[in-house]
Design a binder for this molecule. Structure first.
Ligand code: ADP
Ligand code: MG
Length: 253
């Protein structure tokens, strides 16, 4: 099967610091792929490299088999690939209404049926039309993150790059937003690459994952491998112990 997204032997360096060192992943269409690893291991850098936001010095990124330019991404790319970041406060302008925030990507991409898309997106993220003219500073963290997700979805992308999309949220809100993301992926047959430092989250959301350490992929696993404890690297085992959510989930299994 041809990969929806493939990164081959990617290298990213900042001065002489190697943030990504010969990293390869491939993600099938419709798959949910996880990236885990300690802080600073290069997870965000890999997503940013895919999105054209990191200085790739070597390797190749392909979308549906087509090699992309090392740095430049055109509008057509962002129409197919959207990104959601961790911080729902930093990524939304506080003095704009939800309507304005949702109009913006539509205007950028020249999408015409704004009315229908805005109502659909609000409904899809579980907020509904009563939120349309609220200001983003009036929303809770979870509601903001739902708007950030709606802003990505409204373009009707194929692939979502999710960088710790629930890490800044309280545990109960985190579960709601994860369930929402899972529901949307099924409904729209989306492909996800999802970063988390929590193995519990990744096991819940993803079929396969890559474990990153110091800019390298040190292990590749399926969620089934993780739950069954089929882990080779001590580093991965330590991540598992550090993930409270995982311990809880494993105890229930
Ligand atoms: N713009 C940048 N300039 C310099 N160093 C950076 C930059 N972005 C990331 N790094 C470094 O690259 C490493 C990997 O960062 P990152 O990908 O953000 O890790 P993670 O998301 O796994 O926590 C870190 O050591 C970080 O300090
Ligand atoms: Mg990060």
């Amino acid at each position: 099967m041809r990969a929806a997204i493939a990164a081959e032997n990617l290298t990213v360096s900042y001065d002489d610091f190697l943030a990504l060192d010969d990293v390869s992943i491939d993600v099938a269409s419709g798959e949910s792929f996880g990236l885990v690893g300690e802080s600073g291991s290069g997870k965000s850098t890999l997503l940013r490299a895919i999105a054209g936001l990191a200085p790739v010095s070597d390797g190749r990124i392909a979308l549906d088999g087509e090699t992309l330019d090392a740095r430049y991404r055109d509008k057509a790319f962002y129409r197919r690939v959207q990104m959601v970041f961790q911080d729902p406060y930093g990524s939304l302008h506080p003095r704009q209404t939800v309507d304005r925030l949702l109009q913006e990507p539509l205007a950028i991409h020249g999408v015409r049926d704004a009315e229908r898309r805005i109502l659909r997106a609000l409904d899809e993220v579980g907020l509904g039309s009563s939120f349309r003219f609220r200001y983003s500073h009036q929303l809770s963290g979870g509601q903001r993150q739902r708007i950030a997700i709606a802003r990505a979805l409204i373009i009707e992308p194929e692939i979502m790059l999710l960088d710790e999309p629930t890490s800044a949220l309280d545990a109960s809100v985190q579960a709601e937003v994860l369930n929402l993301l899972e529901q949307v992926r099924r409904d729209r047959k989306l492909t996800y690459i999802m970063v988390s430092h929590d193995l519990g989250v990744v096991t819940h959301m993803c079929e396969r994952l890559a474990v990153m350490k110091s800019g390298k992929v040190v292990e590749r696993l399926s969620s089934g491998d993780l739950v069954a404890g089929r882990i080779s690297e001590a580093y991965t085992k330590n991540l598992m112990v550090a993930s409270k959510g995982f311990v809880r989930k494993a105890a229930l299994a």
